[in-house]
Design a protein around this ligand. Structure first.
Ligand SMILES: Cc1ncc(COP(=O)(O)O)c(C=O)c1O
Length: 362
């Protein structure tokens, strides 16, 4: 079966380099927040085009700590989407703020800017747009709105390492941005990892304290903080993999091109890329009213599919919200993810395309 994601494939391809990087950490005797983390933070910030990056334990913490560093506290309202990983909303809730989920654009799947404005109340303090599947949200409109209402913006870039609008990478538009290095992400660690990227030196300082018990200096806490550190092994692996991120994203886009071509005249709706944007193609997600049948059809060709996600967050018990989100709810009956990772071989891509072309023709 051709899987939807395959983090092991990159490890196999880069095994020698990764082994060397791991051995260097083992020999160094430093295992948490050491020189490898500092080196990776610098490299990652440079890749994104931001002045600062702070390594943290995972992407959920990256969203949470970014909000905390920007001053979001108990009782504030934070506007985001229901169409995301639960982590986005969980992170907002962890700060004590109230997540307010709004609808998405039916064509690009990212937060609907008009819906943000309609949801703003006197308690609103921040917006968390999600670059879902690697598709950049409409950041220029979101930042203009944020400025008008004096709101902070934390970009959730967990699925969008290297995505851009024009020449500007996502993660550099908002006041801060959160990245996940979960193993299946476009830049994935061999375990958990995350980073917050920011422009402001004061926010950078706060993040460095926040991720380690609020320490201003060792053992001395100036403010409340948490334990959310990146370890040396993950940072060393991430530095190796970062060198291949841009080429990996290119391969993802080429595979997406092959799928979209195979789906011409199929009645299946393929991903629509925002004009002027570079999609990171973390996931290739199609829309079909017959997605269950499509999934079975592809399975008969040895092609796995997945749902991202099986239930909208506003309809889940933990984060239920009464207001209906019509585009989100409609799309949750129709979206289906196809295999997408850079190491997919030609024969596998051909096999997926064979299955796609045969849809509706049997
Ligand atoms: C959009 C989004 N936000 C946040 C996260 C959380 O990242 P992590 O799993 O590293 O905590 C993820 C990853 O699952 C994600 O896809």
């Amino acid at each position: 079966m051709i899987s939807v994601a395959n983090p092991q494939a990159q490890v196999v391809a880069l095994r020698d380099e990764i082994n060397t990087a791991i051995a260097a950490v083992l020999d160094s005797g430093i295992y948490i927040l050491g020189p490898k983390v500092q080196q990776f933070e610098k490299e990652f910030a440079a890749f994104i085009g931001a002045p600062f990056a702070v390594g943290v334990a995972n992407g959920t913490d990256a969203v949470r700590l970014a909000l905390m560093a920007l001053g979001i506290v108990v009782g504030d309202e934070v506007i985001t989407v229901s169409h995301s990983a639960v982590a986005t909303v969980s992170a907002i809730t962890e700060t004590g703020a109230c997540p307010v989920m709004v609808d998405i654009s039916p064509s690009h799947y990212c937060i609907d800017v008009a819906a943000i404005e309609a949801a703003i109340t006197p308690k609103t303090r921040a917006i968390v747009p999600v670059h879902i599947y690697g598709q950049p949200a409409d950041m220029l409109a979101i930042m203009a709105l944020a400025e008008r209402y004096d709101l902070k913006v934390v970009e959730d870039c967990a699925q969008a390492h290297g995505a851009a609008i024009g020449l500007q990478k996502v993660g550099t538009f908002g006041h801060a941005a959160a990245f996940s290095f979960y193993p299946t992400k476009n830049l994935g660690a061999l375990g958990d990892g995350g980073a917050v990227v920011c422009k402001d030196a004061a926010v950078f300082d706060r993040l460095q304290c926040l991720r380690q018990y609020g320490w201003k200096t060792r053992y001395i806490s100036d403010s409340h903080g948490v334990n959310s550190r990146l370890d040396e092994l993950q940072a060393a692996v991430l530095s190796v993999k970062l060198k291949y991120l841009e080429s990996g994203n290119g391969l993802r886009r080429a595979i997406a091109g092959r799928y979209s071509e195979a789906l011409q005249h199929s009645g299946i709706i393929v991903p629509k890329i925002r004009e002027g944007a570079t999609h990171a193609m973390h996931l290739y997600v199609v829309q079909s009213e017959a997605r269950t049948e499509l999934a079975s059809h592809l399975a008969s060709y040895g092609v796995a599919t997945a749902l991202h996600y099986p239930a909208a967050i506003h309809q889940q018990a933990a984060y239920g919200q009464k207001a209906a989100l019509s585009h989100t709810e409609y799309l949750y009956q129709r979206l289906l993810s196809l295999p997408m990772y850079p190491e997919l071989g030609d024969a596998e891509i051909d096999q997926v395309c064979l299955g796609l072309k045969a849809w509706n023709k049997e």
